[in-house]
Design a protein around this ligand. Structure first.
Ligand code: COA
Ligand code: ZN
Length: 307
């Protein structure tokens, strides 16, 4: 008997972005040792990829101005990847000095968002990444490419999926191995996700194995969007412990999909992740003490209120 879950993968790789995408958007300054501990707790929970921080301009993101210290002081587990966000060659040099072995570059599918976020056009941002990716290749460092505003832009509204395809193909052509398609402002709904993925996955050089999805739960549609992505065979999903964060240059973009909510749904569906859900709750609980507010993740809130 056929089921609507026939194409759903048996295992999913979760990319934990809480320490970076989460903490970059928090109002309070989290002390550096606590950031380090948070990263280590997430890795110990079994998350295969923990994005640690950004080597961006400290003026753009003061919350992550301690990137060098954080990255230099993490005790790394052998099977875990610890990528960092890199905007330009200056960031790459800083990262290499701390022993970074995995990086991500980031651009947008909409021009106005790129201008606000990285003070560059999409073409200029791609030009900035070329030497970064070349250096990464020399050093045998894998590169992920984030494309933000794939499903809508806070300044321009609708985004043409062909723009996403064009940016994705340019990233791959310069040597980026993996893509993350971001719903930066949390506006996507499942039929739109299906439509965009259909178009993107039909394009030359873009296979489902190299495409991850990155949903924000701003309007409560993140898990529904994950489900349709799974049904289309996507196996890499980004999430942030506790549902922390968003992007400071995307008005209203609060709240990544919470890692705990994602894990609860995946495990309930019999999909393997290798992650211990309760250990992620413990990591969120640890960092929550420094945030000044309760994390928004649903599973997290249910877990702490039933204790
Ligand atoms: N690390 C540290 N400092 C950096 C830097 C980096 N990676 N990149 C630039 N800077 C510094 C420059 O040295 C310069 O400092 P100075 O004025 O003291 O000489 C200053 O920042 C401006 O540099 P410039 O090259 O003109 O950059 P810009 O002002 O056009 O900013 C970015 C471009 C990309 C560096 C900046 O917009 C940025 O870091 N954005 C990140 C945004 C982000 O992370 N958003 C969240 C992701 S969703
Ligand atoms: Zn995000």
């Amino acid at each position: 008997m056929s089921s609507s879950f026939d194409n759903v993968p048996a295992a999913v790789r979760i990319v934990e972005v809480g320490p970076r995408d989460g903490l970059q958007n928090e109002k309070v300054a989290i002390p550096t040792p606590q950031k380090i501990q948070f990263v280590q707790m997430l890795a110990s929970a079994g998350l295969p990829v923990v994005e640690v921080t950004s080597f961006v301009s400290p003026r753009a993101i003061p919350q992550l101005s301690d990137a060098d210290t954080v990255m230099s002081n993490i005790t790394r587990l052998p099977g875990t990847a610890y990528p960092v966000l890199i905007p330009n060659i200056k960031g790459m040099q800083r990262a290499l000095a701390t022993g970074v072995r995995s990086i991500a570059v980031f651009t947008a599918a909409s021009e106005s968002f790129a201008r606000h976020n990285i003070n560059a056009s999409i073409a200029e941002s791609l030009a900035n990444f070329r030497p970064v990716v070349a250096l990464a290749q020399q050093e045998d460092i894998p590169v992920r490419g984030y494309i933000s505003t794939v499903f809508g832009c806070p300044y321009e509204g609708a985004v043409d999926p062909q723009r996403v395809v064009a940016v994705a193909q340019e990233l791959l052509a310069m040597g980026v191995q993996e893509l993350s398609l971001g719903d930066t402002i949390g506006v996507a709904t499942p039929r739109q996700v299906e439509n965009v993925l259909d178009i993107v996955l039909a394009a030359n050089d873009i296979t489902r194995e190299i495409v991850g999805v990155h949903f924000h739960d701003t309007r409560g549609t993140a898990l529904a969007n994950v489900l349709i992505s799974l049904q289309m065979g996507i196996t890499t999903i980004d999430a942030a412990a506790g549902g922390l964060g968003g992007c400071p240059y995307a008005p209203g973009a609060s709240g990544n999909l919470a890692t705990e909510d994602l894990l609860y749904m995946l495990h309930g569906m019999g999909i393997q992740t290798g992650v211990d859900l309760e250990k992620v709750v413990a990591a969120t609980r640890y960092i929550a003490a420094y945030l000044g507010h309760t994390p928004t993740g649903k599973y997290y809130q249910a877990a702490v209120s039933s204790r």
